[in-house]
Structure formats: structure tokens, C-alpha cells
Design a protein around this ligand. Structure first.
Ligand SMILES: [Zn+2]
Length: 467
């Protein structure tokens, strides 16, 4: 395998950091114009077997430390009848109990911390939209791990010392601002710590400083485009080429819009304050977010049974952070629905990828024992060009059987009074839904503008079953 380094920057800048020179020299390094730099090739391209060994070693060390130095974890593990001696393989991670947001709230503010106060160098907090916020603490090495993880991610897009990264995420208790700030500085980029707001000045900075990448929420990126238009500025004509986007749900449709309208490649980023902050992103192939195995053990589970599901199968993301010191996170149920891809990425990186987050466990329906997510229905419907933006799922129970009906609004140009044509379309949508959801659904096609509209969050599901 050949590792390509330093094309954009014309510098072998990966050599100065994490990998000692001796280790880096084990790799044949080439500089070829047009190919991207790699921040930490030793880890990012590590063969699976070595990654297995490394991950197991980190897991064992962490479990040993938590069992012996944290009363919370010791009690939890004892209750689950597991000790550090029971962890022999990576599959043994399933012996460990899950953690949820409820634990984090219950042990607020600091009872889950596992280092003395003097080792903590920073605090952040989650937004706390429901109930108390979660306070997150970091040791110096936690901050290092966090910025290392995101530095790899930013390099995998092609960012480096020649870039100017404007951080338009909030600085402060929210982790978005400082997370991107540290990582961008680490890869040698120049950082513009703009934070949120003052959009006209943000646009001015992009123009005056030659900003090439901007970290923001997808909705802010759209807003920036609108303000720019009002100012008579075309973002397409500026130096801005990458949007490092996350911190709120967004769709491929929105990405397409951002890419076409603004000429900005929309890179999907992921993280959460409980885990550290923004940690991962897609590489330049834009085919899923790489989750570094030396930093995090990723599982996807069936949210009902708690059992792991296979690659490509949809389920709830469960994360174990392997290197955190101040605030460990073990088998934390994120509540986010995604799939895991374990095949090697086209970029050559060997770490698994998660697909775009398509929903929350809270939205999940169980129809005849099968988990169905409204986002899955939406995705499937939109593979049919005749389908408009609105749909509604109605669930009933007839006798002991669940029945699902999907009402689908058609686009004006697709709506016709030709019954044969409508029937054929209904059949096509119905069979696509069945093969995507593994459960049958009746489909009713309705005229444009006939389904209820909602201000704010749409109410897509009407569940009329009596529990
Ligand atoms: Zn990749």
C-alpha cells in the first residue's frame, strides 16, 4: 500500500506530530499532486488484526481502571456480574452494562468523573434541552485525544497548513467552537475564531482572509448563503470550498443544495459533548463518517433487544470511548439511528464508518415486531420521483395484527386522474416500502396539498393502537 502525503501543502506535515519519525519512515511516502495528506497513517491504515489487538488492549486497560478506581463502575459491573477478568475478546464488551443519558443526569455534576480535580484542565456542558445539562470534564490527555481525532478527520478531507478555517460554531460551554479550533490549529491551518452571529462580518472575513473551510451547522451555512446574496456576494466565487457541518440533523437533499448553490463541499461531522465534542467526519469520498477504532469502540444494536446487529443493519449507536480519563463513557446509548460499514473505504482507511444519522430511537415504531423508523419510510418514498415532500404514517391494530398505512402526497406534475397509472405507481411504492422495511404497508396516494401541514416539527406518525 502506498501512502500519499502533503500534496496540498507541499510539506510532509504529518511527520511533525503524533507518529515519531522512526515509525513514519516505515511507510513509503510519496507526494503526488491532487492527492490528499494523511495525518496519522500508522493508525488510520492499520490492518484489521492489529486494530483488533490494539482495541482489545485499550478496552481491557480501561475496564481494569474503572473497576478498581470508580465506585460507580464497580457497582455497575458487579450488578451485571462482570469483572475485568471476563474481558478476553472484543465481543466481551457486550458483557458490560449500558450507560444512558439518565445516568449522566442522575450523577450530575461530577460523580462520574474518575480523576482528582487537580488533573482536570477544562469543563464543557451539554445544552440540556431536556432537564439538567451534562457537565463534561477533560484532562490534558483528553483534550489531546479529542483534537487528534478531529485532526485526522480534517486531514482526510484534504485540509492542512495552506487552509484557513473559520469556526462559526459557538465558543464556550458548547464543544463545537473549541473542538474545531484545536483540531484546525493542530493540522497547521490558520483559524478564524468567528463563533456565531454577525453574518455580514463572517462573509467579509471569508473574502478578506481567503477562508477555505467553515465549521458551522448546516442551517447556518444556508443562512450565510442567503445573507451573502443580499450583500451581492456569491459564495461560489469566494475561496470557501468546505463546510464542516454537523450538530443538528440534516439530509442528503440539504447537502446537495449547499453543494450546488454555494459551491461548498458539505462534509458530515459527528460527535457529542458526552464523548468529548466533534470528533469524526467523512473523508473526501463522502461515504460515511470514519470512527477511529483506537479512540472509540462502535456498536450498533437493536434498540429493543440490546443485541448487536450486523454491518449495514440499521440500529442504535452505542459508543465506548477507549482513552478518556476524566469522564469515561462505556457502552453509551446515543439514541441515534444509523448503520455501520466495515468494508475498507476507497480512501484506504481501515476504520469503520457510520452512515448519516437517520433518526432517533424515540421516533421508532414497532410494527408486527419489526422496528420501523419514519426516516426510513421518508428515504424510501423519496426514491420515487413522483413523490412530494409530505407523507403521513398511520398505525392501527386490527384484532392482534398491526397495520400500517402510508399516505403519500404526490408532486403536482405527477398527480393524474388516470386510475391505471396511479395504481401502478401505488404498487411500485408499496413494494419498495416492503423490501426496505421488511414489513408490508398499505399505500394511499393523495393530491398535492391535502395532508396536514405543521409549523415547526412535522407530525408524521399517527399511532392509533391501544397498548
Ligand atoms: Zn474514507
Amino acid at each position: 500500500m502506498v501512502f500519499i502525503v502533503g500534496a496540498r501543502s507541499k510539506k510532509h506535515y504529518m511527520l511533525h506530530a503524533i507518529i515519531p519519525h522512526s515509525a513514519a519512515r516505515n511507510f513509503p511516502l510519496l507526494t503526488v499532486a491532487g492527492l490528499l495528506a494523511v495525518w496519522n497513517p500508522k493508525v488510520e491504515f492499520m490492518p484489521q488484526q492489529e486494530l483488533d489487538e490494539l482495541q482489545l488492549k485499550l478496552l481491557k486497560t480501561m475496564v481494569y481502571r474503572l473497576y478498581n478506581f470508580s465506585s460507580f463502575y464497580k457497582e455497575r459491573m458487579n450488578a451485571a456480574n462482570v469483572t475485568p477478568d471476563d474481558i478476553h475478546t472484543l465481543a466481551d464488551v457486550t458483557k458490560l452494562p449500558f450507560m444512558t443519558k439518565k445516568d449522566l443526569r442522575e450523577y450530575y455534576p461530577d460523580r462520574l468523573f474518575t480523576v482528582p480535580r487537580r488533573e482536570i484542565v477544562r469543563y464543557h456542558a451539554s445544552s440540556g434541552t431536556t432537564g439538567k445539562p451534562t457537565i463534561v470534564a477533560y484532562t490534558r490527555s483528553d483534550i489531546e485525544m479529542w483534537s487528534e481525532s478531529l485532526a485526522r478527520a480534517l486531514s482526510s478531507i484534504g485540509l492542512g497548513p495552506d487552509d484557513v478555517v473559520q469556526v462559526a460554531n459557538t465558543y464556550g460551554l458548547f464543544t463545537g467552537g473549541l473542538g474545531f479550533h484545536y483540531a484546525a490549529e493542530k493540522i497547521g491551518a490558520a483559524v478564524v475564531p468567528a463563533s456565531t452571529g454577525n453574518t455580514e462580518r463572517q462573509i467579509q472575513m471569508i473574502q478578506d482572509l481567503g477562508v477555505t473551510a467553515m465549521a458551522a451547522t448546516p442551517s447556518y451555512m444556508m443562512y450565510l448563503g442567503e445573507v451573502a446574496e443580499k450583500m451581492g456576494v456569491s459564495i461560489k466565487d469566494t475561496t470557501l470550498k468546505y463546510g464542516l457541518l454537523g450538530a443538528e440533523p440534516w439530509s442528503d437533499k440539504m447537502r446537495d443544495r449547499i453543494q450546488e448553490w454555494l459551491g461548498v463541499t458539505g462534509i458530515n461531522c459527528f460527535g457529542a459533548s458526552e464523548l468529548a465534542g466533534p470528533l469524526w467526519s467523512e473523508c473526501d469520498h463522502q461515504c460515511g463518517i470514519h470512527i477511529w477504532r483506537d479512540i472509540c469502540l462502535l456498536e450498533i444494536i437493536d434498540p429493543e433487544t440490546g443485541e448487536q446487529v450486523g454491518p449495514g443493519e440499521r440500529g442504535e449507536m452505542v459508543l465506548t470511548m477507549l482513552q478518556k480519563e476524566a469522564f469515561p463513557i462505556v457502552r453509551y446509548r446515543m439514541g441515534d439511528i444509523t448503520t455501520m460499514e466495515t468494508e475498507k473505504c476507497a480512501c484506504g482507511r481501515t476504520h469503520p464508518r457510520i452512515s448519516r444519522i437517520t433518526g432517533r430511537v424515540d421516533d421508532m415504531l414497532i410494527i408486527r415486531g419489526i422496528n420501523v423508523f419514519p426516516s426510513q419510510v421518508e428515504y424510501c418514498l423519496h426514491t420515487n420521483p413522483e413523490v412530494g415532500n409530505e407523507f403521513q404514517i398511520l398505525v392501527d391494530r386490527k384484532g392482534y395484527m398491526d397495520e400500517m398505512m402510508v399516505k403519500v402526497e404526490l408532486k403536482p406534475e405527477a398527480f393524474t386522474d388516470n386510475i391505471l397509472e396511479l395504481n401502478a405507481l401505488r404498487e411500485r411504492i408499496s413494494s419498495r416500502l416492503k423490501s426496505s422495511l421488511n414489513v408490508g404497508a398499505k399505500v394511499e396516494l393523495v393530491a398535492p396539498g391535502t395532508l396536514p401541514r405543521f409549523e415547526g416539527k412535522a407530525k408524521r406518525v399517527v399511532d392509533r393502537r391501544e397498548i
